[in-house]
Design a protein around this ligand. Structure first.
Ligand code: GDP
Ligand code: IMO
Ligand code: MG
Length: 434
């Protein structure tokens, strides 16, 4: 102990990478527990920017073990490329460990993801097309290929054959695609197996060993609560569970091993891909937030949809994650607005009002935000390092948010840099004492 889980509290891209990097310095291990290379986590360190898709955001600390847990779906090409890229930049990746039980993204998953989106046409989900959904579907159908299968040619071939058989129909248009050739696919994946063998481990045991020794373990989430396949805006979600509870399953630890659940939220909201977004701003203000916040996807480069902070959704995220702390990032992006709005209620069709996140999809699709207007601030926040440095209106904004969701804000981001943060002293985090 302690175990701290860090999750996205909105629709992803909240700045989880930066928060995990901050905490990782004191951690014995950082464990990614779900998602795959649909994630894009950015860390800015001095003049250097790192973008991670699969490797946990603690890798920049040589003493911190970085674990890809069993709940992650791994594209081995992406992983080996990421390892090579980091090595080229002088980062020591010897502390990386990959769960033998994690499932693999196969070439046919990529094709099926694209085929599925094409079939949906205008109703597409807007996936990252990285094969995430089809890989998790195969896991549930017990047709998945796992990391450990890479180490045995006979088993690998047998499992690929079994997995490909029921897909033959959907993949007919790609029949001649070279990536589907059984022999070359097996050989390619065996090569990945040789490359990754040194990293493969019983990662559940590793996490337990650290926790048992009383060391800090960070469980790193990808995506965000509203993209959760059970609790998010289904079907416009990802195919895993980004909520805090999933850290146990995806890392192989028990609920008692998690001491704190940190939710990361921007001071406004963004979303990539399709689906309901009650506070979306389809106007100049939305464009201004996008430009100032640099809101373009880390993974796909797509422009992110933008909107005012949604406290109905954030309060919901606080509840389903059992959040003990919140980190508010990108407060600096809101500088220069005369008034800033926060959504405290939804208005549905025919004027119905909702203070709680609606469980029914139709209601959510029809909902728009109702807002409280707060005083804005002009000052650039990039150099603020303590609560006292913040303009009064920015402090009032944070107080309003914390009161509304009833979770303390422990950390505030005022820029992408490592040092551009404010720890809110009134709630010194466990990590500071670890
Ligand atoms: P993640 O997927 O949750 O890790 O977030 P992303 O890395 O996809 O997107 C967050 C972006 O915001 C990155 O480009 C970060 O460098 C940047 N960022 C993080 N915190 C702050 C902050 O407090 N202020 C500003 N301006 N940028 C930030
Ligand atoms: P990080 O970890 C933002 C979105 C996609 C799409 C939906 C389903 O960087 O916060 P998928 O490829 O997962 O089947 O796509 O989920 N999505 C993300 N949006 N940040 C992410 O990750 C995302 N990962 C997936 O845009 O709407
Ligand atoms: Mg991201």
């Amino acid at each position: 102990m302690p175990g701290i889980v860090i999750v996205g509290a909105q629709w992803g891209d909240e700045g989880k990478g930066k928060v995990v990097d901050l905490m990782a310095e004191r951690a014995d291990a950082v464990v990614r527990f779900q998602g795959g290379n649909n994630a894009g986590h950015t860390i800015v360190r001095g003049d250097e920017t790192f973008k991670f898709h699969l490797i946990p955001s603690g890798i920049l600390y040589p003493a911190t073990r970085c674990v890809i847990g069993n709940g992650v779906v791994i594209d081995p090409k992406v992983l080996t490329d990421e390892i090579d890229h980091l090595r080229d930049r002088g980062v020591d990746v010897s502390g990386l460990r990959v769960s033998a039980n994690a499932h693999l993204i196969m070439p046919y998953h990529l094709l099926l993801d694209t085929a599925g989106e094409t079939r949906l046409g205008k109703a597409e989900i807007g996936t990252t097309r990285r094969g995430i959904g089809p890989a998790y579907a195969d896991k549930a159908a017990r047709l998945g290929i796992r990391v450990q299968d890479l180490l045995d040619e006979k088993i690998l071939k047998k499992k690929i054959t079994a997995a490909l058989y029921p897909k033959a129909l959907s993949l007919r248009p790609y029949e001649r695609d070279p990536s589907l050739d059984l022999q070359s696919m097996t050989e390619e994946y065996l090569t990945y197996g040789h490359r990754l063998e040194q990293y493969i481990a019983d990662t559940s045991r590793l996490a337990w060993d650290s926790l048992d020794a009383g060391r800090l373990v960070i469980f790193e989430g990808a995506q965000g609560a509203l993209l959760d396949i059970d609790h998010g805006t289904y079907p416009f979600v990802t195919s895993s569970n980004p909520v805090a509870g999933a850290a146990c399953v995806g890392a192989g630890v028990g609920p008692r091993d998690i001491d704190e659940a940190w939710g990361v939220a921007k001071a406004y909201v963004t979303r990539v891909g399709a689906g309901p977004f009650p506070t979306e701003l389809d106007d100049d203000t939305g464009e201004m937030i996008r430009t100032r916040g640099g809101e373009f996807g880390t993974t796909t480069g797509r422009a992110r949809r933008t909107g005012w902070l949604d406290l109905v959704a954030l309060r919901y995220a606080a509840r389903i994650n059992g959040l003990t702390h919140v980190a508010i990032t990108k407060l600096d992006v809101l500088s220069g607005f005369e008034r800033v709005k926060v959504c405290t209620r939804y208005r549905g069709a025919e004027g119905a009002q909702f203070e709680d996140f609606p469980y029914h999809q139709t209601v959510l699709h029809q909902s728009v935000g109702e807002y409280v207007e707060l005083e804005g601030w002009e000052e650039d926040l990039g150099t603020c390092r303590s609560e006292a440095d913040l303009p009064r209106a920015a402090r009032a904004y944070l107080d309003f948010v914390a009161d509304w969701i009833d979770v303390p804000i422990a950390l505030v981001g005022v820029g992408p840099g490592r040092d551009q943060i404010i720890w809110l002293g009134r709630d010194a985090p466990t990590v500071a004492a670890a």
